[in-house]
Ligand binder design. Structure first.
Ligand code: ADE
Length: 249
């Protein structure tokens, strides 16, 4: 039996998650019981009449900070049965470590992920102290809150779950899994507006096609993301090809 990943999302805007989780791979994965994704309204964990979730920062300064009490209550409720070694509590914040494919792979092996969507100026630091949250950013830019960052993480993780994609090998050759960017792809017609699909892709020689694809992936990575080549697992033939590409350009 396949394991189910439970994703809980803590947010003051649960409505944001309605439509994005109802399409394609995520929808199918939910229907197949591979994943559950549950947005929780942080205001449901307040005890005051006005469901207040934020307050001014101690020491003065701009903006509002998310209060500790609703987040503590929510996390206690969501994690009281969790196995710490199989779960992760992640705070989405631009101050976090950058989200990568390798982190997505690690998360896809867990049983529970709790995503806390930060808002305003941040959340009370005592949440991090007590729940040892992993702070994660989706990139070096600031968006209005963690909700869209949470959606990015959910999508990247769910598609890696066993049986989430139709074909078993679908994620193996894509960008970042191999450490390189993808090679260019073509479909019919073979000639469109005078532009022809490379001959090698039409000749059916699988060895030549694999070589061409590897060379194009290396070329593209060298041109657009040379930083990736430092970490990519490269063979001797790859290094020779890179030298040739550099000579030619
Ligand atoms: N909240 C605001 N900006 C963010 C970012 N870049 N990543 C994650 N959460 C955020």
């Amino acid at each position: 039996m396949t394991q189910t990943l439970n994703i809980d999302i803590l947010t003051i805007f649960p409505e944001i998650f309605q439509s994005p989780l109802e399409h394609g791979i995520i929808r199918r994965a939910k229907q197949a019981g591979i994943v559950t994704i549950t947005p929780h309204n942080l205001r449901d964990f307040t005890h005051d009449k006005h469901h207040v979730v934020d307050d001014r920062p101690f020491g003065g300064g701009e903006g509002m900070v998310l209060k500790p009490e609703p987040i503590f209550r929510a996390l206690e409720f969501l994690t009281h049965k969790s196995e710490p070694e199989n779960s992760s509590i992640i705070l989405l914040t631009p101050q976090g470590r950058t989200f990568t494919q390798s982190l997505a792979v690690d998360l896809s092996r867990l049983k529970q992920i709790v995503l806390i969507c930060g808002r305003y100026e941040g959340i009370d630091e005592r949440v991090n102290q007590v729940f040892s949250t992993d702070e994660v950013s989706i990139g070096d830019y600031v968006i209005s809150g963690g909700e869209f960052a949470a959606l990015v993480i959910v999508d990247a993780v769910v598609r890696l779950l066993p049986n989430a994609l139709g074909c078993k090998d679908s994620t193996a050759n894509e960008s970042f899994s191999s450490g390189l960017l993808d090679c260019p792809v073509y479909t019919r017609p073979a000639i469109y507006r005078g532009l022809e699909v490379p001959e090698v892709l039409q000749n059916g020689n699988h060895r030549e096609i694999a070589q061409w694809r590897r060379r194009k992936a290396l070329e593209k990575t060298l041109l657009k993301r040379p930083d990736l080549l430092d970490k990519a697992p490269l063979r001797k033939e790859d290094l020779d090809l890179i030298s040739k590409i550099k000579e030619n350009s």
